[in-house]
Design a protein around this ligand. Structure first.
Ligand code: MG
Length: 250
């Protein structure tokens, strides 16, 4: 039970951009409805993107703009009534965290570039403060990811017990470890080019995540490879694949 391969075992299922890309989902990425649905389905985690407005207000949205309006270049007041494709208003980080508190599904927060290194730092520190304000400053409830190395370093320093997955994909586990970071989330090609990195990361206590894995064959490959978690637009398909593999292993 649970063991799907020598290196495999349990794989965390993380719904990418909430849980939006299926017929029953909230139909809008990074919508509160899509987080609610991910929670209802009991996925291990649900991934969201944190963006900061010009006046340093945090919202969750995948793209840097909403309905053509740049989040970075507008004050919150000027975009707060913009609607997502499911009719929901653009969600604030606060609203998102309040929904997140309703279940055990881990909030996988990607801190997006906020326009400059200085603003990236502000967005990171404000995110940590928001977690404390909402009483979810808890490594069991929240995990981070970021393309910015600087953001990952800040998180390692100010949120040391938390997993933070570096997204850039050009550093080996050895280099990541040397830099004091504790996680990687790379695209499938990186892990396919460096299959030894998965076990190397495990040996160094570095968490491994692969995104965005949407084809069943790729899902099987990465479960067998022993990744800690898989991020997918189709988490229900991934759940089915995991079930099949576990059945086979019995
Ligand atoms: Mg993201």
């Amino acid at each position: 039970a649970g063991g799907t391969s020598a290196g495999g075992g349990h794989v965390n299922i993380c719904a990418h951009r909430g849980f939006w890309n299926c017929a029953d989902a909230g139909h809008a990425q990074n919508s509160i409805a899509s987080l609610g649905l991910a929670q209802e389905f009991g996925f291990w985690g649900s991934e969201f993107d944190v963006q900061m407005t010009k006046d340093c207000f945090l919202v969750v949205n995948h793209d840097g703009d909403i309905n053509g309006k740049s989040i970075h270049d507008n004050n919150y007041e000027d975009i707060k009534d913009e609607l997502l494709s499911n009719g929901e208003k653009l969600a604030t980080l606060s609203q998102y965290l309040e929904q997140g508190k309703k279940s055990k599904t881990v909030m996988e927060l990607e801190i997006k570039g906020a326009g400059s290194p200085e603003r990236d730092s502000i967005a990171t520190m404000l995110t940590l403060q928001a977690l404390k304000d909402h009483k979810v400053f808890d490594p069991k409830r929240v995990e981070f990811q970021a393309f910015s190395f600087q953001v990952c370093k800040l998180l390692a320093r100010y949120a040391p017990g938390f997993s933070c997955l570096y997204l850039e994909g050009d550093l080996s586990p050895e280099e990541i470890h040397k830099e004091g970071l504790n996680g990687i989330a790379y695209s499938k090609h990186v892990f396919m080019n460096h299959p030894e990195w998965v076990q190397d990361a495990k040996a160094r206590g570095i968490k491994t995540d692969v995104w965005t894995i949407n084809e069943p064959d790729d899902m099987r490959y990465f479960v067998e490879a022993g990744l800690d978690q898989i991020e997918s637009d189709y988490p229900l398909v991934l759940r089915e694949v995991l079930g099949e593999l576990e059945e086979k292993a019995k």
